[in-house]
Each structure stands twice: as C-alpha cells, then as structure tokens.
Design a protein around this ligand. Structure first.
Ligand code: HEC
Length: 178
C-alpha cells in the first residue's frame, strides 16, 4: 500500500474516495469564467466608479449632517445678539446640549445658573464665547463641581446663537467692557 492511498482503513472503517459530482465541477468552472468576465467588464466597460459613489454618499451625508457654520465677529462681541431667529435657535441648542448640566432654563444644575448676576469666568461676549468654545478643564474649574466639555464642534454660529438666547435672559451678559 503506498502512502498515497487515501482509502486507508481506520479501526475497521474504510474511508470512501468518491469524486466530486460533475455538476459541482461544472458550477466551479462557471464561477471562474463568470469571475473573469465580471472583473474585465467591471474594470474596463462599466461606468460604475468608486470615486463617484463616494462623492454621492459624501454629499448625502453633508445634507443630513450640515457642517458647523462660522460667523465672524470683528471685536469679539456676539454678532447675533438681539437677533430673534438666533435666539430661538440658541434656545433649542441649549436645550439639547447645555441643559443636561445647566438646566432647561439655564438656572443651574451641576453647571452654574447662567441667568443670575454672578459670572465666575467673566461676563463679556468674548470671554463667554471662549469659555463655551474651549470648555472648562479641571485646572480652570472654580466651583469644583465638575468640568465643562469643549463645544468647539458646534461652530461659532451655534455658540453665538446660544449666547444670544442667554443674553436675552440675562442683561448682565454684556457686549464688552466699556
Ligand atoms: C457636562 C456638564 C456641562 C455641559 C454639557 C455644559 N456646561 Fe457649562 N459649565 C459646567 C460647569 C461644571 C461649569 C462651572 C465650571 C467651574 O467650576 O468653573 C460651567 C460653566 C459655564 C459657564 C460659566 C459661568 C460663569 O459663571 O462664568 C458658561 C457661560 C457655560 N457653562 C455655558 C455653557 C453652555 C452655553 C453650554 C452648552 C453649549 C454648556 N455650558 C454646557 C458644566 C457644563
């Protein structure tokens, strides 16, 4: 018996050596032919392009999740101050993002009351903007109740909208120190 004999007997059981059914082999061959044909068609004749598909999906994504908009301020004061649209938008953003820590009416929870006269980190537009943008890390937190995360991902438009709403509720948030 050569070592090539696959039909060895093991413990009285003889292993069968049956060929693969011809229809399986035929299917295998057809698959190979199809794969070659498909690859040639796909790369040389089809107009489906990964770059195009990517561009379309990127566009759909941008439409669904608009990029943060930037609003420029020349002197650090809030350009959206007093703008009714911005105040409404700002209230909505505040409710979704800031209310968890500052309360829905900004009266304070973990974060301080933002409707009172006390501004531990400054009460001008530029100071408050910088604060919301960069957050308050453990080294800067004065109340020792916790930290505030940065909100720079919101973009300046959304931050100024929130500040417009805060200012509409709190006259002690001022444009700039005179
Ligand atoms: C994870 C909780 C948390 C979130 C979310 C949060 N804050 Fe705060 N915020 C705090 C804490 C805590 C402080 C006080 C830090 C300290 O001890 O100095 C603070 C302080 C502030 C201050 C300074 C108040 C002062 O008296 O000077 C402002 C303004 C402020 N937050 C605005 C916002 C706005 C606007 C948002 C939403 C975009 C927001 N915060 C989201 C926790 C948070």
């Amino acid at each position: 018996m050569s070592s090539q004999d696959h039909n060895k007997e093991f413990d009285g059981i003889r292993q069968g050596d049956n060929p693969i059914p011809p229809r399986w082999k035929l299917f295998f061959l057809i698959s190979i032919v199809f794969a070659i044909g498909y690859a040639v068609y796909f790369h040389n004749f089809s107009d489906w392009k990964m770059e195009d598909r990517f561009a379309i999906e990127a566009k759909e994504h941008d439409a669904k999740f608009p990029k943060a908009k930037e609003v420029a301020s020349t002197d650090g004061s809030n350009p959206l101050r007093g703008n009714a649209d911005a105040i409404a938008q700002g209230k909505a953003t505040f409710g979704g993002i800031c209310a968890a820590c500052h309360g829905p009416e900004a009266k304070g929870v973990i974060g301080p009351d933002l409707t009172d006269k006390v501004w531990i980190h400054g009460n001008t537009d530029s100071e408050v903007f910088a604060l919301i943008n960069a957050g308050i890390g453990p080294e800067k937190a004065k109340l020792k109740k916790g930290i505030m995360p940065p909100h720079n991902y919101l973009g300046s438009e959304k931050i100024y909208q929130v500040m417009a709403w805060l200012a509409s509720n709190n006259p002690t948030l001022i444009q700039s120190k005179k």
